[in-house]
Design a binder for this molecule. Structure first.
Ligand SMILES: [Zn+2]
Ligand SMILES: [Zn+2]
Length: 341
């Protein structure tokens, strides 16, 4: 019997038995091998995040294709895959004009899963990976070989978001001076991306001293407040971090806004200062990554030692331990807990 971690109401999760349908046209059935516990899952649990309840949590998963529906061409039974929640639909005006990274309607499978004998479940970010198996759109299943699943799964969210915010959203150039506010899993991936981009300086900021020490291990060259930076990545997403980030920028600097905002959050901006400094403000949704394009590139960075995935996995846990993992994530005790199935 399939099992999964489902938010049955806001703030309350249960591990439940699930029923799955066979994958339909362009869909694949994936047996999940590993799935990381991400802040966005907690956001879905606490706020719903536009998902109908009950919702199967989890969106950072890796596994093996167990069955394919009609007309599936991209992957075959037995392929090891990483699931990508930003997989473009291929049909909207953004996709048609060649800007698939701006697609707002990612390709997802139909409603193929339900609580045993009960209600259909929606799936967090269209995926639902805190489960023994899930059904995904074939566009969301990206073949990745030769990486341990507990590392490969991280490519699907934290790594793609952090590294691609640097390489895709911001196009950080060699020699740039970079700041990162918030050194959780995504912040550490921003630091790793900055290193890959050839940044001259990487300044890490976090209120938690332990995270600053970790940041140095992942390539931060400095810790604490800085000035005249070329790029600041705000991974926290609060009004005070946006203001702090803008204050650290130099001439023609770029603030890259990554963190999920609270609905009522506001900032006050000095237009004169924006104008004088020629500041750019970029919003990153998942680092603008396009899974089919970027996940294989990230996997190659990992295989060749440019990207440390093993160091990001603080602990591996069972499906029944997700609630505990959320508490540890909130407390800042872990970089990533990864459910291994
Ligand atoms: Zn689209
Ligand atoms: Zn995530």
């Amino acid at each position: 019997m399939d099992r999964g971690v489902v938010a049955v109401e806001l703030g309350r999760l249960e591990v439940v038995e699930l029923e799955l349908d066979e994958p339909a046209e362009h869909e694949v059935l994936v047996r999940i091998e590993a799935t990381g516990v991400c802040h966005s899952d907690l956001h879905v649990l606490e706020t719903g995040f536009n998902h109908p309840l009950p919702v199967l949590l989890g969106h950072e998963g890796a596994g093996v294709v167990e069955a394919v529906g009609d007309a599936v061409a991209a992957v075959a039974v037995g392929d090891h895959v990483v699931l990508g929640w930003r997989s473009p639909c291929g049909e909207c005006r953004w996709c048609e004009r060649g800007d698939a990274h701006l697609c707002r309607t990612p390709a997802t499978a139909g409603p193929r899963m339900r609580v045993r004998g009960g209600a259909d479940v929606s799936r967090a970010l269209g995926l639902g990976t805190f489960a023994t198996r899930t059904v995904a759109h074939e566009r969301a299943a990206i073949a990745v070989d030769d990486l341990p699943p507990e590392q490969a799964c991280l490519l699907g969210c934290a790594v793609a978001t952090g590294v691609c915010s640097v390489l895709r959203t911001a196009s950080v150039y060699p020699g740039a001076r970079v700041g990162v506010i918030g050194c959780g899993a995504v912040g550490l991936c921003v630091i790793q991306g900055a290193r890959i981009a050839g940044a001259a300086e990487v300044h890490a900021l976090d209120l938690d001293q332990r995270k600053l020490e970790t940041a140095r291990r992942f390539g931060a060259t400095h810790t604490g407040e800085a000035s005249r930076l070329d790029f600041v990545f705000d991974v926290v997403g609060r009004p005070e971090t946006v203001e702090q980030g803008l204050g650290m920028l130099g001439h023609a600097g770029t603030l890259v806004y990554i963190g999920l905002p609270q609905p009522d959050a506001r900032v006050e901006l000095s237009l004169a200062r924006l104008f004088d400094r020629r500041v750019r403000f970029l919003v990153s949704h998942g680092g603008d990554h396009v899974p089919a394009r970027d996940i294989p590139v990230l996997a190659e960075h990992a295989r060749e030692g440019r990207l440390d995935l093993a160091g990001m996995v603080t602990k591996t846990i069972a499906l029944d331990e997700v609630e505990q993992a959320f508490a540890e994530m909130k407390a800042g005790d872990v970089i990533r807990s990864v459910v291994v199935l």
